[in-house]
Design a protein around this ligand. Structure first.
Ligand SMILES: NC(=O)c1ccc[n+]([C@@H]2O[C@H](COP(=O)([O-])OP(=O)(O)OC[C@H]3O[C@@H](n4cnc5c(N)ncnc54)[C@H](O)[C@@H]3O)[C@@H](O)[C@H]2O)c1
Length: 299
């Protein structure tokens, strides 16, 4: 049984959040969701908040969210953890809006959390920091598997915003001592997407080259966030958040041969071991994958 934590979650109504927030709530955590849209889930309370407005973010972290809390008459309880997922994604907004909302939104959330003494902050970074996903044209990764200490050098605004957010997180960790963990999240897959997306990708595996064939089941992402909430004392950390194997029905040696000829391979990889390495979350956090794609569709 998990010790219940009071968690402020931003972006909990989006694709990833609407799976991760229920995962956390089902394990006994009290979650307050900051988003433009509320998430309707038992036990979760919502505050409509614009994270690009620092005043709103500061006020939201000290605002009552229901009668139960005001009935206690003890003021607004502190948060044990902040999980920051709210962001603008590429393609739907101009590049500079993506950059502004993602960088300043993250600054606002981390600064407020640190000033209020929140001891654990988890932010959504991205696979796109490695630079291949949203590159203009088809480029090679510097090496494979993609690992957390690789040089990150994206050319797009979204990937760049996530690189900056990791720097912001690192700087605030140094000055505050709060634990701040950045999750380089892979392509998030919701339970109902296996039957539609994976068969399409099996027909055209080139489509997934930009993601280095990675995926993260949205429920397994919930487990990773929960493990981060529980794991204290690591300071600033970056973790790739991906599943154990590649999200395609082609072996790892065959993927390397067909799609990444000439890319240096830095260590021996298992038959289906992910090119988007999740070794660190397994070793450091104790992540145990529960949702291999093979449970949900035929290879
Ligand atoms: N979906 C993926 O495959 C993927 C991969 C890597 C990283 N990520 C990252 O994970 C996080 C969640 O991604 P997602 O797929 O759920 O995105 P999403 O677009 O589905 O959800 C983002 C949520 O943030 C909210 N939001 C946006 N701007 C806001 C603002 N100014 N104030 C308050 N709320 C705001 C939106 O209303 C939305 O509910 C993001 O940080 C994203 O960059 C996602």
């Amino acid at each position: 049984m998990t010790a219940s934590k009071r968690i402020l979650f931003t972006g909990g109504s989006g694709k990833a959040g609407r799976n991760v927030v229920p995962y956390l709530a089902d394990r006994g955590h009290q979650v307050v969701n900051l988003d433009f849209k509320p998430l309707d889930y038992p036990g979760v309370t919502n505050l409509v908040t614009d994270i690009s407005d620092p005043g709103q973010v500061f006020s939201a972290m000290a605002t009552h969210t229901n009668f139960e809390y005001i009935e206690r008459g003890t003021g607004v309880a502190a948060f044990d953890a902040v999980v920051h997922f709210a962001a603008l994604l590429p393609f739907a907004n101009p590049d500079n809006a993506v950059f502004r909302v993602n960088t300043m939104g993250t600054y606002n959330v981390i600064e407020t959390a640190v000033r209020l003494g929140v001891p654990k902050i988890i932010i959504a970074s991205s696979e796109t920091t490695y630079g291949v996903c949203f590159a203009d044209g088809r480029i090679d990764p510097v090496s494979l598997p993609l690992e957390e200490d690789d040089d990150i050098n994206p050319m797009d605004s979204y990937g760049l915003s996530k690189v900056l957010n990791e720097k912001t997180a690192r700087a605030f960790q140094r000055r505050s001592g709060s634990d701040i963990y950045a999750l380089r999240i892979g392509n998030v897959i919701e339970p109902d997407e296996y039957s539609t997306l994976f068969p399409m990708w099996f027909e055209n595996p080139e489509m997934r080259r930009r993601n280095a064939y990675c995926y993260i089941d949205a429920r397994d992402l919930g487990q990773i966030v929960d493990l981060c909430v529980k794991k204290d004392g690591l300071g600033f950390q970056v973790f790739n958040a991906g599943n154990n194997t590649n999200g395609i029905n082609i072996s790892t040696p065959e993927l390397l041969r067909r799609f990444f000829p000439g890319v240096p391979v830095t260590r021996q990889l298992g038959e289906n071991e992910a090119l988007y390495s999740n070794r660190k979350i397994r070793d450091v956090l104790g992540f145990k994958e529960e949702h291999d794609w093979r449970k949900y569709c035929d290879g």
